[in-house]
Design a protein around this ligand. Sequence first.
Ligand code: CMX
Length: 142
Amino acid sequence: FVTAIDHVGIAVPDLDAAIAFHTGHFGLEVAHEEINEEQGVREAMLRAPGTAGTETAIQLLAPLRDDSAIGKFLAKSGPGLQQLAYRVSDVDAAAAALRAQGLRLLYDEAKRGTANSRVNFVHPKDAGGVLVELVEPAKDGH
Ligand code: CMX
């Protein structure tokens, strides 16, 4: 059910500084920025220049609050890779299939992710130490 590697997420303390780093050193371009209050993040999606917009993105995630998922990750592990996100066509079906295989999903129901996508997560302890996000993109695209 995985159709693509949607993005790789990096926890950062300062979103603007991280954007400057990845655009300045690697020439990535900012495709999207938003604040997701429920997830407690200010975030940006960056892509290689000239790509059509569906290729794998780098997601920069800065905490809005110390007690958010990213705030806690930064306090414990410091800045760095925080998640791997698989694109799926149906997040509910994907979550149900993985639950049936004995993996723990973090949410009973999918939540709102970047750009009105629907997301759920596999617990990192059930996925080889990697927080795996499942992303069903919004029907109207990015
Ligand atoms: N990757 C790998 N391992 C992780 C992890 C991560 N991102 N986050 C936590 N862990 C590990 C911890 O190191 C800990 O391991 P040990 O028990 O060996 O020390 C274990 O998982 C449990 O961690 P915890 O600190 O007790 O749990 P937290 O309260 O930090 O919660 C998690 C962890 C995954 C449940 C929480 O981060 C979460 O709900 N994540 C999903 C939401 C999210 O990440 N939102 C931000 C992104 C939003 C977006 O993508 O749009």
